[in-house]
Design a protein around this ligand. Structure first.
Ligand code: ZN
Length: 412
């Protein structure tokens, strides 16, 4: 019994704001004809110039390596792709009708085959425009079909395919294009339930693809959720019963909090792994003479101080050590440099909410404006933490009333 599956991507159809890629030029090498190019895992038929075709093959191989490593399964067979740069260079009827739509900036993966018990025999063919990373996107679908027989529910299939599209070797930071980031940070938030709704259809516009990418990127890279997400994903691909809600049932509030934080701070270079929340950290109120001691790394996001602060209570802090916020920056103490870069910042976490961040660097005391867990970080751009170096140690003691009075005066 043959099964035919169609998948398509409609990036261009609704995306009037997307800048047109300059490389789609009709006046280049008009004597070009579609030709075949092969690499270890791909056979590409394309009208691209030889150099461009070979560069694309290289990119596809790298992408395939990354996704096979992620899913723990090598590609079972060669992935055949038609990559169309200029449709006018293709002889009539050299492409199926459905594929002709693919020249419009989108793509299509057609999979045929069957699964009988453990026997899998699926063949997927990719038809893709050469634009917007569509060949890589579609090749993720083709790999999933040929290796596992399925691509999973739409949100997962398309989210992971977009991840494949943007994936860069040895760089797990955000690499999505600016228009995607602008849309996600400026539009109304979608809830996790909306993003993962199983009733969605493929090809429903780049905005939905953007949300799916964001959630998949976040879950793949955040150590708090990575393992469960991979298990659910492999379940989807292999047709086992798998449910996002069930997998994260006990973590849904944490997941939602961290995902909202990710969207709040989304920009190119943002590193989900570096900014993951430490849910296992222990916090205590400081009483008596034993201070609460925190170690804060310059190259991470919010980190636990170990101190539970009480609204209105004043604390003394003593910091030791130095750090820097760029390879070529000078080492500074918690006071930071003249521009404030490298100063020690705080925020108070309570019940999945954060207070506004406040300056702690250079202060000897501070008065808590809320009750909750004190979190600390080194001031730097959120997407530039990777080149930071150094750790600072901070001790907190509750200030006695006498000690608190001059501090309050000083801050007036
Ligand atoms: Zn797709």
């Amino acid at each position: 019994m043959n099964r035919i599956i169609l998948l398509c991507l409609s990036l261009l159809w609704t995306a009037t704001a997307i800048p047109v890629d300059a490389q789609v030029a009709g006046d280049r090498a008009t004597d070009r004809r579609p030709d075949d190019y092969r690499s270890r895992n791909f056979l590409i038929h394309t009208d691209l110039a030889k150099d461009d075709a070979e560069e694309l093959l290289q990119k596809m191989e790298t992408m395939l390596q990354i996704i096979s490593r992620y899913w723990g399964a090598p590609s079972r067979k060669v992935i055949e792709c038609y990559v169309i740069d200029d449709i006018k260079l293709w002889p009539p009827r050299s492409l199926p009708n459905e594929a002709v739509n693919a020249v419009n900036g989108g793509g299509l993966t057609i999979a045929r085959g069957m699964r009988r018990g453990n026997q899998l025999n699926m063949n997927a063919i990719v038809y893709a425009s050469n634009r917007f990373g569509t060949p890589q996107h579609e090749a993720v679908h083709a790999y999933c079909y040929q290796t596992f027989s399925s691509t999973g529910p739409t949100w997962y299939a398309e989210g992971m395919a977009e991840l494949g599209n943007y994936w860069i070797e040895n760089d797990s930071t955000v690499t999505a294009p600016d228009y995607v980031i602008r849309y996600l940070t400026q539009s109304d938030r979608k809830t996790l339930a909306e993003i993962t709704d199983n009733q969605q259809q493929t090809g429903d516009g780049w905005r939905n693809y953007a949300w799916r990418w964001a959630l998949c990127h976040f879950l793949v890279n955040n150590g708090n959720f990575h393992d469960r997400f991979r298990t659910v994903g492999v379940g989807y691909l292999t047709g086992k019963p798998a449910s996002f809600e069930r997998a994260f049932e006990t973590q849904m509030e944490e997941l939602d909090f961290e995902f909202q934080f990710f969207i709040d701070h989304l920009e190119q270079g943002f590193d989900v792994h570096r900014c993951a929340w430490d849910w296992k950290a222990k916090f205590r109120e400081q009483k008596g003479t034993r201070p609460v001691i925190a170690k804060v790394k310059a190259d991470k996001g919010w980190q636990s101080s170990g101190l539970k602060v009480i609204s209105g209570q004043t604390y003394q802090l003593t910091a030791r050590g130095a750090w820097k916020t760029a390879d070529n920056a000078e080492e500074v103490s918690v006071g930071g440099d003249a521009a404030g870069s490298g100063s020690l910042l705080g925020t108070i976490y309570h019940d999945h909410q954060l207070s506004r961040e406040f300056e702690l660097g250079g202060k000897q005391t501070f008065t808590a404006t809320a009750t909750g867990n004190l979190m600390l970080r080194c001031r730097d751009e959120w997407n530039q933490l990777n080149d930071n170096k150094g750790t600072i140690s901070v001790e907190f003691l509750s200030a006695s009333d006498e000690a608190a009075i001059p501090a309050r005066r000083a801050s007036e």
